[in-house]
Design a protein around this ligand. Structure first.
Ligand SMILES: [Zn+2]
Length: 318
C-alpha cells in the first residue's frame, strides 16, 4: 500500500525537560529503525513535511479557552499539568502535530487506491480533552484528524471514521470528543484499571453515539493472546459493522512488554499482526483502504522503534 510518513524538525523542539519519558529520542528511534537493517524501509515511504493546523481546525475539537491556555503556557514554557510540561517550541510542534493528521487525511483520501500514512508526531494527543490538556498531550491530534475526515468533501457520501486506539492508556480525550457521535466510532484497547482511570467496558457512548464507543480493557500482564482475541472477537466485527470510509489508529507502543510505564506484555510483532488483521477487515469492505496512524505513547526506545517499524512495514506490504 502506498504509505506516507510525516515528520517535522519542530517535533524535536518540544522540550519536556530532563528525565521526561515523552522525549525527542523517541522519534529518532523510529526514524533510525526505518532507515537501517533489518527494516530499511525509508526509501519506500513518501516522506512528507506537515503544515500547521489553523486555529479553526483546533476549534473543531477544543474550546477557545483551552487553545488560549495552551498558547499562554507554551509562550512562558510553563506546565499545563504536573505531567505535561511545555517549552517555547511546544506551540509550533503542537500545531504541526495536529496539522500532520489532517495532511495525512488529505494524502490518503486524494489517492484513488489503497493508501496509508504514519504521523511521527509529538506532543501526542489522545489524553487531551476538549477543554483540558493532560498526560503529555496538548491538542488531540487524532480527534482533530477524525473530525477533519468526516467533514472532508471526499467522504460526503459516507462520512464515517473509525478510531482504533491501541495505546496502553485509555484515550479519555478522544472518547470525550466523540461520545455522542455516530460518525466517529471510538475503540480502545488499554490496561485497566490504570491511568487515566476511564475506559470501562460499560462505557458505550451516549445519545446518537450510543453503541459507537467500544472499550476493551485488559488486566495487567495480558499479552498478545488476550489482545488479539479481543481484536478478532470484538473489534474487527465492530469495524465490519460500522463500515468506515477511513480508519485512524492512535498508535501508542506502550503496551509493549519492555515499556517502563505500563504492565501489558505485547511483543513488537503483535503490532504488525494487529495492522494486518485490520487491513484484512477493511479490504473486505466495498471501497479502497484508507488508514491514518498517529503516534501516541511508547517510552522504551528499542520497543518503540521496532514496533513502529513493524507496523509501518505491515502497511507498506499490504
Ligand atoms: Zn500511553
Amino acid at each position: 500500500m502506498k504509505t506516507a510518513f510525516y515528520i517535522s524538525k519542530a517535533f524535536f523542539e518540544h522540550d519536556t525537560g530532563p528525565g521526561h519519558p515523552e522525549r525527542p529520542a523517541r522519534l529518532e528511534a523510529i526514524v533510525n529503525a526505518l532507515r537501517s537493517a533489518p527494516f530499511s524501509l525509508w526509501n519506500e515511504l513518501d516522506i512528507e513535511t506537515p503544515t500547521p493546523a489553523p486555529e479553526s481546525r483546533l476549534r473543531s475539537v477544543h474550546t477557545a479557552g483551552h487553545i488560549e491556555r495552551v498558547r499562554a503556557a507554551c509562550a512562558d514554557g510553563l506546565p499545563l499539568d504536573p505531567d505535561t510540561p511545555t517549552s517555547r517550541g511546544s506551540w509550533n510542534a503542537a500545531l504541526l502535530a495536529a496539522g500532520s493528521g489532517c495532511n495525512a487525511v488529505d494524502f490518503v483520501l486524494n489517492e484513488s487506491v489503497d493508501a496509508a500514512a504514519f504521523c511521527a508526531v509529538r506532543p501526542p494527543g489522545h489524553h487531551a480533552e476538549p477543554d483540558r490538556a493532560m498526560g503529555f498531550c496538548l491538542f488531540n491530534n487524532t480527534a482533530i484528524a477524525a473530525r477533519y475526515a468526516v467533514d472532508h468533501p471526499a467522504l460526503k457520501n459516507n462520512p464515517r471514521a473509525f478510531i482504533l486506539d491501541w495505546d496502553v492508556h485509555h484515550g479519555n480525550g478522544t472518547q470525550a470528543a466523540f461520545y455522542d457521535s455516530n460518525q466517529v466510532f471510538y475503540c480502545s484497547i488499554h490496561q485497566y484499571p490504570f491511568y487515566p482511570g476511564g475506559g470501562d467496558s460499560g462505557d458505550r457512548g451516549a445519545g446518537e453515539g450510543r453503541g459507537f464507543t467500544l472499550n476493551c480493557p485488559q488486566s495487567a500482564e495480558s499479552g498478545d493472546v488476550e489482545v488479539l482475541s479481543d481484536l478478532n472477537d470484538r473489534i474487527l466485527p465492530a469495524i465490519r459493522k460500522f463500515d468506515p470510509a477511513i480508519l485512524l489508529i492512535s498508535a501508542g507502543f506502550d503496551a509493549h512488554a519492555a515499556d517502563p510505564l505500563a504492565m501489558l506484555e505485547l511483543t513488537s510483532e503483535c503490532y504488525a499482526e494487529m495492522t494486518r488483521r485490520v487491513i484484512g477487515t477493511l479490504s473486505d469492505l466495498d471501497r479502497p483502504v484508507k488508514i491514518v496512524s498517529m503516534l501516541e505513547g511508547g517510552y522504551d526506545l528499542g520497543a518503540v522503534g521496532e514496533s513502529a517499524a513493524l507496523h509501518i512495514q505491515a502497511l507498506l506490504e499490504s
